[in-house]
Design a protein around this ligand. Structure first.
Ligand SMILES: Nc1ncnc2c1ncn2[C@@H]1O[C@H](COP(=O)(O)OP(=O)(O)OP(=O)(O)O)[C@@H](O)[C@H]1O
Length: 569
């Protein structure tokens, strides 16, 4: 809320004045209607916290991200000479600028008012949640009366088929500014709209299809030409695992792979420690998650003692907790008590053969992990979704070995003797996360997994969008359905030659199978015009190969090369 106020350029005192005025108005209305409803205390409290937060920022001589804009505007408006050199201003992605960014543009462009150029597309406005203001497009025309409006109606990126389907989706927004696009590219393959019985079948199809396309395109397409665009991060787990199974190198654009994410590593550290009390890295990670105020010095002391007594750090703190190390100060004993209690309770569950799902759920309760995320991570909702996805993984992992698809049955696998379901789960998670340790610079020949938001402004020859379902598009916790529609439009229009929209009729969510339905963004347009999508994957006939190559400006593959690669596949 503070960030939103800053995005509008409101200082703490202005926000306070605004909320006071609102409260007065509200009270006036209440008196008039003689119905009593409490004044909006939250806004008032936020304004006060805002003021205190600002004081604390200034005290530590710091600016936050929003301040960089606010102070930028303040600085440049007071010191106009500092921008007098500027003759030309160009702003890209203008539809996603907020009020304060607009002010900044106006100030910098003061001496360049004949030469301010903005490029934007209202159909691609997807940052409402970051206080973007589509209204800036209209404001621009008012503030700069000489503005010339140039419509860029030609799309040079996508085939006509992709453009037609994408426009049909975004055009359902009746409040949208009418706009049409054309392309001189050929129609190409009609985009594919495919439905699967589960998210695993969907992910398996995506990986196998990528391999098929690479082979059938005879060297025209490489791994780096594919992007899988997700509505939210947690969807990546099943996809990553399917790609790994097929040996397809992949990368997450601007983020971590599922098993490298902080919340996943935190929880696995606890479970590893339960399974293997000697595993020091897990101990070192888990001991202060959530923060127990156990300082570095104390942790170092625990390690020294473990070394001296030839025991593990976990054994040392168990002894501290049980009062078997009398020279330890009571505060330390208090601090480690909840940790030891949690580990003991989980250990009991594991030794009784409880399912990893139950152990994980118990762990989340014992350490109040959701609260910890809320308190420590601004993007806690997305991280909490990853936690739910880990529960889903746990519900599958005991029955699946990721390497060969064979069941992990203790009796049939002598090497797994003494294995608990928890250990099987941990083994499965290790197998899912290992490998692919190449440097980031080596990203060119990898399939990209990205969120739709992160894909903005980019393009790939082939784009696959999984989970095109209600609850995903529009996202179940979104505020603005129209923005969700535009987001799907942005994702679809990243594709140059081939586009796939897939969905699953059943999806495992937090370990439970839920029925899902196709996104209404797509089902409504297909009802109106069934020719927009094909319900099968493209055949990739020689004529299809020719179109794909032409759209990408690449040479057509040699027939022999196609035959060789397909045979190899
Ligand atoms: N005049 C042109 N002739 C040929 N190709 C072009 C031309 N203009 C752009 N392209 C190509 O079209 C593709 C899209 O261009 P660009 O990324 O600049 O569009 P954009 O409007 O920024 O797209 P978006 O806003 O959807 O991300 C790129 O591959 C670019 O090389």
């Amino acid at each position: 809320m503070i960030s939103k106020a800053k995005a509008k350029g409101l200082s703490a005192s202005e926000l306070l004045a605004e909320t006071r005025a609102d409260a007065l108005k509200q009270r006036g209305k209440e008196n008039a209607s003689s119905k009593s409803s409490p004044p909006n205390d939250v806004d008032h409290v936020v304004a006060e916290i805002y003021a205190a937060y600002e004081r604390s920022l200034r005290k530590s001589n710091s600016l936050d991200f929003d301040d960089l804009l606010l102070f930028g505007v303040k600085l440049l408006s007071q010191h106009t000479l500092s921008v007098s050199w500027c003759r030309h201003v160009l702003v890209d992605e203008f539809q996603d600028t907020n009020a304060i960014q607009y002010e900044l543009m106006k100030i910098i462009g003061r001496n360049a008012d004949d030469c301010v150029t903005v490029v934007g597309d209202p159909d691609q406005s997807i940052y409402g949640w970051r206080s973007a203001e589509v209204a800036n497009l209209a404001k621009m025309q008012k503030d700069f009366p000489a503005t010339v409006n140039i419509i860029l109606g030609e799309n040079y990126r996508s085939t006509a088929g992709i453009l037609k389907a994408s426009l049909a989706i975004v055009s359902q927004d009746k409040a949208r500014l009418p706009k049409s696009l054309h392309t001189s590219h050929p129609s190409g393959n009609v985009p594919s709209l495919l439905s699967f019985s589960s998210e695993r079948d969907e992910a398996a199809f995506i990986s196998v299809e990528i391999k098929r396309l690479v082979a059938h395109m005879g060297g025209v397409l490489n791994w780096g030409d594919f992007a899988i665009l997700l509505r939210f991060n947690a969807l990546s787990r099943t996809i990553e695992s399917a790609l790994q199974k097929e040996g397809i190198p992949n990368r997450i654009l601007g983020g971590h792979k599922f098993f490298e994410r902080l919340e996943i590593k935190d929880l696995l550290a606890y479970l590893q420690l339960v399974d293997n009390p000697q595993f020091v890295p897990a101990f070192a990670r888990a001991i202060n998650v959530p923060s127990r105020g156990i300082g570095e010095k104390t942790v170092a002391e625990i390690f020294v003692r473990a070394d001296k007594t030839k025991s593990t750090p976990l054994e040392v703190i168990e002894k501290i907790c049980d009062g078997r190390m009398p020279d330890i100060k009571p505060p330390v004993k208090r601090k480690v008590a909840s940790f030891v209690a949690a580990i003991r309770s989980l250990r009991k569950l594991a030794s009784e053969g409880s399912s990893p799902v139950d152990i994980l759920r118990q762990l989340l309760t014992l350490i109040a992990y959701e609260d910890h995320l809320k308190q420590s991570q601004s993007d806690w909702e997305s991280r909490w979704e990853n936690v739910q996805e880990l529960i889903t993984f746990a519900s599958e992992a005991v029955y699946d070995s990721p390497d060969d698809g064979e069941p992990f049955k203790t009796a049939e696998r002598p090497e797994d003797e003494g294995s608990t379901p928890l250990r099987m789960f941990l083994q499965a998670s290790m197998l899912s996360s290992e490998g692919d340790q190449q440097a980031e610079s080596d990203n060119k020949d990898k399939v990209t997994i990205a969120t739709c938001h992160a894909a903005k402004g980019l393009e790939w020859p082939v784009v696959l969008i999984p989970s095109v379902e209600q609850g995903t598009f529009p996202f179940y916790r979104c505020d603005d359905v129209e923005e969700e529609r535009r987001l799907l439009y942005v994702a679809c229009t990243r594709a140059q030659a081939l586009l796939y929209l897939t969905s699953a009729s059943k999806r495992l969510i937090s370990g439970e199978t839920k029925n899902t339905t196709l996104s209404t963004f797509v089902s409504t347009v297909t009802t109106e015009d069934p020719s927009l999508f094909d319900h099968k994957a493209p055949d990739l006939l020689p004529s299809d190969r020719a179109v794909v190559s032409r759209v990408l400006g690449r040479l057509e593959p040699q027939h022999n090369e196609v035959i060789r690669r397909v045979a190899e596949l």
